[in-house]
Design a protein around this ligand. Structure first.
Ligand SMILES: *[C@@H]1O[C@H](CO)[C@@H](O)[C@H](O)[C@H]1NC(C)=O
Ligand SMILES: [Ca+2]
Ligand SMILES: [Ca+2]
Length: 130
């Protein structure tokens, strides 16, 4: 019984120790696309969303988004359909260049035309956690 408790504590400790829960996911979003200036510009932000566009037609379909979100290990894959609805701001059941500027402005809280790491992390956690 006692050793079970120790194992449980060890597992919980390990999980808690992971950087911020989806730290790796966040890095794949921000560091990969922000470049050397550590800021996400509109085109870099759009490039991130378009990486889900498997057939390269400029539209991220719901199926492309759901399967990409799941396969790449982004947070809470069971919520991918809900995230798609959040992101499809110009509601036409695809994510594309009409949606990206709106999503960009939601992330760019101080409106200076670029998403800082702080803005990115804050909004990423808010939109894509439970
Ligand atoms: C992308 O989606 C828009 C909106 O639904 C549609 O009008 C357009 O034809 C689509 N483009 C392609 C290449 O399927
Ligand atoms: Ca597509
Ligand atoms: Ca849309």
């Amino acid at each position: 019984m006692r050793s079970l408790a120790i194992i449980a504590v060890a597992i919980i400790g390990f999980v808690v120790a992971q950087p911020g829960g989806g730290g790796q996911n966040f890095n794949n979003f921000f560091q990969r696309y922000a470049g050397n200036d550590n800021l996400l510009q509109q085109n870099e932000f759009a490039r991130f969303w378009l990486h889900f566009d498997d057939n390269g037609d400029g539209n991220v379909s719901k199926q492309e988004f759901d399967s990409g979100w799941r396969q790449e290990g982004f947070p809470n894959p069971e919520n991918a359909p809900l995230y798609f609805l959040e992101l499809d701001i110009v509601r036409d059941e695809v994510l594309n260049s009409q949606d990206f500027p709106h999503i960009f402005h939601l992330f760019d809280e101080d409106g200076n035309g670029a998403i800082s790491e702080r803005e990115a992390r804050y909004n990423w956690n808010a939109y894509f956690s439970d």
